[in-house]
Design a binder for this molecule. Structure first.
Ligand code: AQP
Length: 330
């Protein structure tokens, strides 16, 4: 049996280059070596208020982008989180093992509750426990996460160990998979902030559905730093360093070669080149996506098959967990 990897994305908007380099591209590489489970986490998405019709549409958009990005539904299990109710059932059990203090320490809760001060709901607070259930219900060995999710994975590991200690060995304690480069893609307008699909400033974010002209224009207007040298220095030149990272990820050129290529040429030609490299990357992806997205019947077949596979595994784990917890079997 190959080891299992699990990951997911929220259908809160179109996906961005952050999701692509921070997650999707790695998933497609990992799916041959591992038993891959990739989900669209619609339950997580409603911790922030969503319009029902948009949520429904975006869930299928994300499924289509997974497929366009290279997830092979005949090799990996591609499913929608709400189609597997066992996640929520396990979440309740894990909630009873999680202290209030553990959830309070989550930096993403602090960030999101200040961003959505009018809707600091309990779901936002207990979100990391649902994430733990998503992972543990499949006994995932590896979870490809960006830097921002490291803390949630640590909680997952603690909960797995806690359950195992109280009730006997049940869950696999998952390991993080964090890519060395591109673990965090930054905003094009505020390079100290991560690129986010819900950023109200559209210029800050490169969507995987952007047209070639939009990509070029966003790159031209990307914030760089004072000075004119193309040198990687995350601390003092976050703007240009983010662009160097994007160029490196899109072309595979090393940072040293990029610095040499643009030595003494200033920011303008560099930004132009990054824009072109990203057009070369995103354009075929977008075309593939549009083609896949136009066939909803096939998309529905893919998620139905995914839900069936996922539920079979999830039911097995939940039965074991219920028994160990002391619930009477029906
Ligand atoms: N900027 C990023 N750089 C690297 N990785 C990123 N990820 C997201 N943004 C970046 C990684 O993508 C996966 C799925 O993320 P998500 O869509 O579930 O939610 P998120 O991390 O909350 O992303 P956003 O764009 O900020 O969404 P909203 O605005 O809806 O909250 C994760 O593995 C994440 O690390």
């Amino acid at each position: 049996m190959k080891p299992t990897i699990l990951s997911g994305m929220q259908p809160t908007n179109d996906l961005t280059l952050g999701q692509y380099f921070g997650a999707l591209r790695n998933w497609t590489e990992l799916q041959r070596e591992y038993n891959g489970l990739f989900c669209v986490v619609d339950l997580h998405a409603i911790t922030v208020r969503q319009e029902p019709a948009k949520l429904r549409r975006r869930t299928l958009d994300v499924v289509a982008m997974y497929l366009a990005g290279g997830i092979d539904a005949s090799v990996s299990t591609l499913f929608v989180q709400s189609h597997v109710p066992e996640h929520c059932q396990l979440q309740w059990i894990l909630s009873c093992l999680t202290s209030f203090g553990e959830c309070s320490r989550m930096t993403q809760f602090k960030d999101k509750s200040s961003q959505h001060a009018d809707n600091v709901n309990v779901g936002l607070f207990t979100y990391p426990i649902l994430m733990a259930a998503d992972i543990l219900i499949y006994n995932a060995d590896l979870v490809p996460v960006g830097e921002d999710q490291k803390q949630h994975l640590e909680l997952t590991r603690n909960l797995a160990e806690r359950f195992n200690h109280i009730y006997s060995d049940t869950f696999t304690v998952p390991e993080p998979f964090i890519p060395k480069v591109g673990a965090k893609i930054m905003s094009l307008q505020e390079p100290e902030k991560k690129m986010s699909k819900s950023d109200p400033n559209e210029r800050a974010t490169l969507f995987l559905t952007d047209t070639d002209d939009q990509i070029r224009s966003k790159l031209r207007r990307a914030v760089t730093d004072s000075g004119s040298e193309v040198i990687y220095d995350q601390e003092h030149r976050p703007g240009v360093s983010n662009l160097i990272t994007l160029y490196h990820l899109a072309t595979n050129k090393s940072v040293a070669d990029i610095e040499k290529e643009f030595d003494g040429r200033g920011y303008a030609p560099f930004k132009e080149a990054v824009g072109e490299a990203l057009v070369d990357l995103i354009s075929p992806l977008r075309q593939k996506y549009l083609e896949i997205r136009s066939d909803e019947e096939s998309l529905n077949k893919v998620i139905k098959m995914g839900a069936e596979h996922a539920r079979e595994r999830a039911r097995r784990t939940l039965r074991k967990v219920y028994k160990k917890t002391g619930f009477v079997e029906l």
